[in-house]
Design a protein around this ligand. Structure first.
Ligand code: ZN
Length: 403
């Protein structure tokens, strides 16, 4: 969800085009009341498994790489470097497993599954999974790996946080990412995957993982944040711009209107982020076109949350007509017009020759843990438990993947 290493993006060398890196962050953009917190009220005795969508390809005639050196398909072993490709004929998906140019298996099925006795490689990146599932969904190919939860989490920290950050930032995010993952698993139970390996859910990397990420997951194993005996939907983002957002303003579900997701008044020390303050430009005329106005000449916050962060912004055009938008909606419009809005929190605007210059704050939705704020606190000696207490006021830390 955070900025962290996302600027590197994914380095998977797959054939085809990676699309769909959605710019919204959060547990459940399609939040349904209550369901986000509806995990069983008991601790799990065994480590849960999570289905992670590793690849989402827009082209069918693609190569999803060499899964493994020893791969099993329906129990039968296939040794050597293998390649899976697929094509669609009408409603049928045709899967082909090859070694070099030799076709080993051809199969028509909705889902293609491979298991292995060792970690599997997907387009040059090795993942700690022994099970891959693939299917065509709509106009894309999805490649999904099954992971033990504690094995998946270090790859999240690896991608979400900077290598030189404090161990307590890693530990705080380990607990938040674990809770987030469990809520997603509950929200999407029975579906083909639980989370996307992308900023729209949580970033995730395969390959070698830094010891600090492994240690953070190990030392917090099984621990999650809970509220009223339910696992908390632990939204987190890169930089809140100094003032946290409330989930109830941002994700519009009644179940989000709870203390741990409402932030608190104390300013967040996240000034080290390059996105703490930023500037972008957008055409006033094109923006006006999108919101039913003539050329927009100003944007200003007209309502803030109790901590001073904008939750409603007013656009005014050259004729004095106005339109009120949420920060999320405004961000969507600016992004669609090619502007770089790292959040929807616009502090002020200036209009010159039809071009609006916007001063904004923060990167991401600003709800819950702020990664740059956590790092600033950790480097001043704040413990990971305190960081979580500041990020999710009133939440409890519970063991064994449950309350
Ligand atoms: Zn912050």
């Amino acid at each position: 969800m955070g900025e962290g290493f996302l600027s590197r993006r994914h380095t998977l060398g797959f054939v085809g085009r990676l699309v769909g890196l959605v710019v919204l962050w959060g547990c459940t953009q399609s939040t349904k009341p209550q369901e986000s917190f509806n995990l069983p009220n008991r601790s799990l005795t065994t480590e849960p498994e999570i289905q992670v969508r590793l690849l989402d390809l827009a082209e069918f005639n693609c190569n999803v790489g060499a899964p493994s050196t020893i791969t099993r398909l329906k129990g039968k072993p296939y040794a050597g470097e293998l390649t899976v490709s697929c094509s669609q004929k009408g409603t049928q998906t045709n899967w082909v497993l090859r070694r070099g140019a030799t076709v080993l298996v051809e199969q028509q099925s909705d889902v293609f599954q491979l298991t292995s006795s060792e970690s599997m490689t997907v387009n040059t990146e090795i993942f700690p999974t022994t099970s891959l599932s693939m299917r065509i969904e709509g106009d894309r190919l999805e490649v999904v790996g099954t992971f033990d939860l504690e094995t998946y989490l270090p790859g999240v920290l690896q991608r979400e946080l900077y290598p030189n950050w404090h161990p307590n930032t890693y530990r705080a995010l380990a607990v938040a990412a674990r809770s987030f993952s469990l809520v997603k698993m509950q929200d999407r139970r029975g579906k083909f995957w639980h989370v996307r390996a992308s900023p729209s859910d949580q970033a995730f990397a395969g390959g070698e993982v830094r010891p600090i990420a492994l240690d953070a997951v190990k030392s917090t194993r099984g621990q999650v944040l809970t509220w009223n005996n339910h696992i908390l939907c632990t939204y987190y983002s890169s930089c809140c711009g100094g003032r946290p957002a409330r989930a109830s303003d941002t994700f519009a579900a009644t179940s989000n209107a709870i203390a741990p997701l409402s932030g608190q008044g104390r300013p967040c020390p996240c000034q080290a982020s390059k996105r703490y303050r930023w500037t972008t430009e957008v055409s006033g005329r094109l923006l006006g076109n999108r919101v039913g106005l003539q050329t927009v000449r100003s944007i200003k916050p007209i309502r803030t949350n109790p901590w001073g962060r904008a939750i409603k912004l007013q656009l005014q055009d050259v004729k004095g007509a106005t339109a009120d938008l949420t920060p999320e909606a405004l961000r969507g419009h600016i992004t669609a017009l090619g502007g770089k809005a790292f959040s929807g929190w616009i502090l002020k605007s200036e209009s010159r020759r039809g071009v609006l210059t916007l001063d904004g704050a923060g990167f991401g939705h600003g709800v819950g843990l702020c990664q740059f704020g956590a790092e600033a606190r950790a480097s001043k000696g704040v413990s990971w438990r305190e960081i979580l207490a500041l990020s999710y006021p009133g939440a409890k830390i519970s063991p064994n993947w449950g309350p």
